[in-house]
Design a protein around this ligand. Structure first.
Ligand SMILES: NC(=O)C1=CN([C@@H]2O[C@H](COP(=O)(O)OP(=O)(O)OC[C@H]3O[C@@H](n4cnc5c(N)ncnc54)[C@H](O)[C@@H]3O)[C@@H](O)[C@H]2O)C=CC1
Ligand SMILES: O=C(CO)COP(=O)(O)O
Length: 327
């Protein structure tokens, strides 16, 4: 199927990122069905032509149809899956038998499923065995993409021709998609950087200084490379947009919800209550690292703090007191 054959794109999940991607797909010339589970909220969005709750101030493109009927998603040529990682399996379960075989389903969620230790492409393959799993990931704040600011991300599918077609179908003058066949690499970066962004936020909230912030990003990237290698990611994916690119973005400041969550923790304040995927991924990522004998001290410190096993100052002391090692 060539890029232009993906005439109608379905977006499952009408939060900040789903709404931004709906507008981006519209800008790329697609018809877009934006599905949310709350019928009232979707009716309000259809009337206001704006997602006032999650993406205020950005008008919905005229070709985006907000709906709450999943049958309209099943009719689409490809689906973007944009609900939180821990909710993906349940959301796909509702789509289930309505979906035709061979439908590309593109995970845009950044996380690893707790309990099963499944990456999102595996969740898609298990929940919808007839689907073609793909991953869209990279440095891209919803508000930037929705505002049409220049953004570049990775689109990965096991079949290189499909990845290329999807990248062509969704790309526009403001959203550039690089295609890849490294599905695992693309999804590892997005999941792991959220945990590291919480750590970066803690460093900022605790006022540990710019030197500590830079050390955190560099050592965090080292553990991302080790974890990626253990789980089959290609090095060029980890050093690319979905790995290093997104790590840089999300460890840079409070526009990231994960960073903001960490900063509030570090400052001893209550968080803003927004989705911070890294808080859900930390423990499963640390379990998976241990299962492969991979050292992830920064992520393990975040997990220990979130689980209440260590205080923030104790976690920092423990990181600084680790045995000396070669870089
Ligand atoms: N906001 C951003 O800038 C970006 C977000 N992402 C990723 O996209 C995913 C979604 O994030 P956002 O849209 O920003 O979050 P959000 O909190 O703005 O929206 C999440 C949406 O999913 C819906 N939802 C939750 N559970 C559901 C379920 N079981 N079934 C159906 N719908 C359900 C919620 O009602 C809400 O509308 C996350 O994994 C996030 O890491 C990725 C790139 C950028
Ligand atoms: O993944 C993102 C940008 O690429 C969004 O990060 P936050 O979820 O931390 O806001």
């Amino acid at each position: 199927m060539s890029g232009s054959s993906f005439r109608r794109i379905g977006v499952m999940g009408a939060g900040a990122w789903g709404t931004a991607l709906a507008n981006a797909a519209a800008r790329a010339g697609r018809e877009v069905v934006l599905w949310g589970r709350d019928a009232g909220a979707m009716a309000d969005m259809a009337a206001a032509r704006e997602n006032r709750a999650d993406l205020p101030g950005i008008a919905l493109d005229p070709v985006v149809s907000p709906v709450s009927d999943l049958n309209l998603i099943a009719d689409c040529d490809a689906v973007l899956l944009v609900v939180p990682a821990q909710a993906c399996r349940e959301a796909l379960g509702h789509l289930g038998s309505r979906m035709r075989a061979g439908m590309p389903v593109i995970s845009c969620a950044k996380g690893i499923e707790r309990g099963t230790r499944a990456f999102m492409s595996d969740v898609i393959a298990e929940a919808l065995p007839g689907a073609l799993p793909a991953v869209l990931s990279g440095p891209s704040f919803a508000s930037d993409v929705a505002a049409g600011l220049p953004t570049a991300v990775t689109l990965a599918a096991r079949d290189g021709a499909l990845a290329k077609d999807l990248a062509q179908a969704l790309g526009s003058s403001t959203l550039r998609l690089y295609h890849s066949t490294d599905v695992r690499g693309a999804e590892i970066g997005g999941a792991a950087k959220n945990v590291l962004a919480i750590a970066a936020g803690i460093v900022a909230g605790r006022k540990l200084g710019a030197s500590a912030a830079a050390a955190l990003v560099a050592r965090g990237f080292a553990e991302l490379m080790r974890f990626g290698a253990a789980y089959g990611a290609r090095p060029e994916t980890i050093t690319g947009l979905s790995g290093l690119g997104d790590l840089i973005l999300t460890t840079s400041g409070p526009q990231s919800r994960n960073f903001a969550f960490g900063r509030a923790l570090g400052a001893g304040e209550a968080g803003a209550g927004k989705l911070a995927e890294g808080a859900f991924t930390a423990s499963v990522l640390v379990e998976m690292a241990a299962a492969k004998g991979v050292d992830v001290p920064v992520s393990a410190a975040v997990d220990a703090v979130l689980a209440g096993r260590l205080g923030i100052d104790g976690a920092i002391e423990a990181l600084m007191a680790r045995p000396q090692r070669a870089e």
